[in-house]
Design a binder for this molecule. Sequence first.
Ligand code: FA5
Length: 351
Amino acid sequence: METIEQLSRLEAEARTVLNAATTPGALHAVKVRFLGRNGELTSILHHMGALTPEERRSIGRRANELKGWLEAELNRAATQLSARQIEGALAETVDVTLPGRGEGPGHAHPVIATLERITDIFVRMGFSIFEGPEIESDYYNFEALNMPADHPARDMHDTFYVETPGIKGPLLLRTHTSPVQIRVMESRRPPLRMIAPGAVYRRDADVTHSPMFHQVEGLLVDEGVAMSDLKGVLTTFVRELFGPEVPVRFRPSFFPFTEPSAEVDIGCVICRMARADLSKQPCRVCKGTGWLEILGAGMVHPAVFRAVRYDPRSVSGFAFGLGVERVAMLMHGIDDIRLFYTGDMRFLEQF
Ligand code: FA5
């Protein structure tokens, strides 16, 4: 009988493809080919109605046996396959004797390393280290420093204001480290020789200005302190850090909390490193001036002494505030302050 032969051929065919199926996808294809809605065995079973009752009995039995066998084979093959996959995964070995892919030793961020070098120099000159909060009150950041509300000098110190329910007066992200002067003077009597390193925040962003940067504040108060002491200490500091040959200049300036005030510039290291390349266009760091401002300084204003109940007739002092990123840029010849804060390992690994 033709259909019986057809069923035998189908069985042989199924056996061959089953043996060759080594993936779950291939097994599924075998199932679809023979037992799917239009599968080869399914369509034989669908045509049983056209056979004589006798044929139906023998062919029907054979076809159903074949269907049962095929289903059992497919199940067996699927179980075997997943067992083999599990065994394979278990047999995977990890060679624990291989050397690790180490990250290598890390190092301090260049800004922090510079900050430490700066503080070391002042500590050697007898200054003690103090810290203050980064979220500061309007009083310490401005008011006590002779910068009352609406003082024009506040324009250069725009910052984030922090709303704190239950606290009177605005809190803000400090714009400089000078408020630490007030906090220290409030709790101590002169003589005083302190520095205060830390992060500060301003609405600033270009190649030499970052919205978050670091300053080191300095304050020395005693009897008979003069501007010449300020010049002596800061010149010694610059020479210690950059070497004796780097030019330093004191330029008259204004800060509400010092009188007289000065800004200290040092010769632009970027220009000197690359003078030839910059012959056609001005240096973008010093804007062609040849100088870069690193700090503001001056003699402590009597109004500040009065705010902390020191008598300006019996003591005098000087203060300064230094930009750490600027110093780091000059030390390493970096022409864009933003490089410090992009987290690019190609940059950071060079230190
Ligand atoms: C001040 O912040 C004063 N508190 C400094 C001071 C202290 C003067 C004590 C007198 C007595 P100034 O705004 O100039 O001053 O900033 C000081 C230094 O911080 C600058 O010389 C510069 O080196 C650095 N600086 C200022 N703004 C930025 C900024 N956005 N990004 C990086 N560095 C900055």
